[in-house]
Design a protein around this ligand. Structure first.
Ligand code: SAM
Length: 220
């Protein structure tokens, strides 16, 4: 079995990346304000910090992540206020068309290309017809000097530190032009977008014209 790449980092993850990530999460919340009773799924939910921000909206919250260490922190953080599933999002245990919002933040860049594709297919499958997908990840746009060079350099160091496979997947993600390329490939429709961090990060709020297209599981 594959070793958990987050086994040593999970406990420290929010202490290291919390401040930067919180700013991104708040921008995402501004792009899609949930209503009470909505169902929200966080794909690659990590420590559950993103879902924690949504709990004030009294939504039904779900998170999926293959890292036992990250899921453990998430469960400790949210208890029974969210339902966490330990597993790979390329094969999710949820019914077709069950979520109003599917979030995926800083996870797609670290997946290998076939997994990334399958995960996006699954996100479309479990999205309600009226639902939205919120993607937040690194962005390949030319960065503005000097602050953004520092941001890109910081990203580069953390990606190298995350290990060879992680870095290889990150480089592939950047080479194919990141989220805009994946959005086109999967026929997702851009509702809102925002590029931040001097061009180093981007947020996309998307709808899916054909929620079940590209999914391995049959739609009903
Ligand atoms: C950089 S962390 C980000 C965590 C969280 N989204 C956040 O914003 O704090 C990336 C997460 O993606 C998860 N991940 C990687 N591959 C995955 C996959 N195939 N399915 C679901 N999650 C995955 C990792 O385990 C990790 O928890």
């Amino acid at each position: 079995m594959r070793r958990d790449p987050y086994r040593f980092v999970a406990r420290w993850y929010d202490k290291i990346f919390g401040p930067m990530n919180r700013g991104l999460r708040l921008l995402g919340l501004r792009m899609f304000r949930p209503r009470e009773g909505m169902s929200i799924l966080d794909v690659g939910c990590g420590t559950g910090a993103h879902l924690e921000l949504y709990q004030r909206y009294r939504c039904h919250m779900y998170g999926i992540d293959p890292s036992p260490a990250m899921i453990k922190v998430a469960r400790e953080r949210l208890g029974d206020r969210a339902e966490f599933h330990l597993g790979d999002a390329s094969d999710m245990p949820y019914e077709n068309r069950s979520f109003d919002l599917v979030i995926c933040m800083l996870a797609l860049h670290e997946m290998n290309p076939p997994t990334r594709s399958a995960v996006i297919g699954e996100m479309k499958r479990v999205l309600k017809r009226t639902g939205r997908i919120l993607l937040i990840d690194f962005h390949p746009a030319p960065v503005r000097p000097f602050k953004s060079w520092l941001a890109r350099l910081g990203v580069l160091f953390s990606e190298i530190a995350a290990g060879r496979e992680h870095f290889r997947n990150y480089r592939h993600f950047m080479r194919i032009q990141g989220l805009p390329a994946l959005i086109t490939e999967h026929a997702l429709v851009v509702e809102k977008q925002k590029v931040v961090g001097g061009g180093a990060l981007a947020l996309f709020l998307l709808s899916a014209s054909h929620p079940c297209e590209g999914s391995a599981k049959a739609c009903w």
